[in-house]
Each structure stands twice: as C-alpha cells, then as structure tokens.
Design a binder for this molecule. Sequence first.
Ligand code: ADP
Ligand code: ADP
Ligand code: ZN
Length: 215
Amino acid sequence: MAAPHVLIIGPPGAGKGTQSSNIASEYGVEHITTGDALRANKDMDISDMDTEHDTPRAYMEAGDLVPDAVVNAIVEEALTTADGFVLDGYPRNLDQAKELEGMTELDVILSLDVSREELIDRLTGRRVCDDCGTNYHVEFDQPEEEGVCDGCGGELIQRDDDEEESVKNRLDVFHEQTAPVIEYYEDRDDFVAIDGEQTPDEVWADIKATIDDHS
Ligand code: ADP
Ligand code: ADP
Ligand code: ZN
C-alpha cells in the first residue's frame, strides 16, 4: 500500500493532534501541522508579506488566523519532502482549501465532530510538552508525574491561546471560516465524519478502519 495522504479537520480541541500522532506512527507518514510550525516560528518576520502584524505571534495569541500567504508557504514546503502525510490544522478557510488543491491529492478527509461545551473543557484543560509537543489533559489524559512529559521528561505548559477568552474566539473563528471548508468537502467520496466525543482509543479505531478502507 502506498503511503496514505490524510487530511484531518475539525474544531480546536477536537483531537486532531492526538490522532495525528497515532496516524503518523501507524502508517509511517509525516505529521504536517501548521499550528506546531507556527509556534516554532512565532517571531519570524512576515512584514514582507504585506500583513497587518509583523510576526505570527499577535494573531496566534488572540486566536485569529495567521495570513494565508504565511501558512500556504509552510504547507507547500512541507509537502514537497513528504511521501505520505497527515495534514492537521490546514486548510482553515476556503482560500486555503483551493490553494491545497494545487499542491497535492488526498486519499481521505477525516472530519472530527465534538460539541462546543466539550471543546471548551478539552482546550482549557490541555497541557503540552514544551520540548516535544505531546498533548496531555489535566483530567482526560494525565501524565504519570504531574507537570512532566512521559515521553521526554519535558515540562508541561498551558498554551497562551488555551486561556478561556482566546478559546472562545478560536471557536468563533472556526465557525466563521473553517466550518465552510467542511461543507465544501462534505459531498466528496473520500469525506468521512468521525464521532470525536468517544474515548481516544475508540476514535482511533474508527480512524484506522477508515484509512485502511480508503488507501
Ligand atoms: P488548535 O489546537 O486550535 O487546532 P493549532 O495548533 O492548529 O490549534 O493552531 C494554533 C494557532 O495557529 C491558530 O489559532 C492560528 O492562529 C494559527 N494557525 C494554525 N494553522 C493555521 C492556518 N492553517 N491558517 C491560519 N492560521 C493558522
Ligand atoms: P486539536 O489538535 O484538535 O486542537 P488535541 O489533540 O490537542 O486537539 O486535543 C485537545 C485536548 O483534548 C488535549 O488536552 C487532549 O489530551 C484531549 N483529548 C484529545 N482527544 C480526546 C478524547 N477523545 N477525549 C477526551 N479528551 C481528548
Ligand atoms: Zn515531551
């Protein structure tokens, strides 16, 4: 089987990062995530792209989208070196979706559904490893030792944009800009909706069966 081309889409907190890690290790594909790429380059100079702010940081801390030119370039570059991939966090608006069509073909689009109330609980309780980026949750996915990453021993921190105010803005941005992308994909044969409110293992079982079916 050729390395699959997977797109995972859903609101902030739906479990995209958690499930993308499973997909990357099970299928040996690259995890391409615009969120992580931007967090690693929060202070890069984007002023030559004619943007309102000079770095990604101001957009990200408010929970607004970073300008398309910046993220399109990140994804285009990452795709040139990836054989198979799971793409997470992109596209987030219709212009990005159209841009992606010129870059690669997809085998399957996984859309994770989770209610707004559950998303707020997941995001405000999320903790991430400052070193390796692994996700934890203060209630739903605790590390063995509080505040310490099981995998690498790094420190677990709360992202700035997981504070409640920024979380609410991100959910609004999702409804305004990203929900239309899901509607745009919905009628395709390779589109599959996944119930993201199940346990992480149950969600993973559905995802694995779906990818095996489509690649
Ligand atoms: P989430 O946990 O909400 O899925 P991400 O880690 O994917 O969050 O993204 C964090 C932030 O990075 C977003 O709120 C946004 O500011 C920026 N970002 C990530 N991907 C994109 C994208 N495709 N387009 C614009 N901004 C993006
Ligand atoms: P996204 O990348 O879509 O923003 P994450 O994978 O980072 O989402 O998950 C958000 C938070 O919810 C994390 O703290 C994670 O540990 C937790 N989480 C992920 N999947 C589930 C699940 N199925 N049930 C409960 N909590 C989950
Ligand atoms: Zn770690």
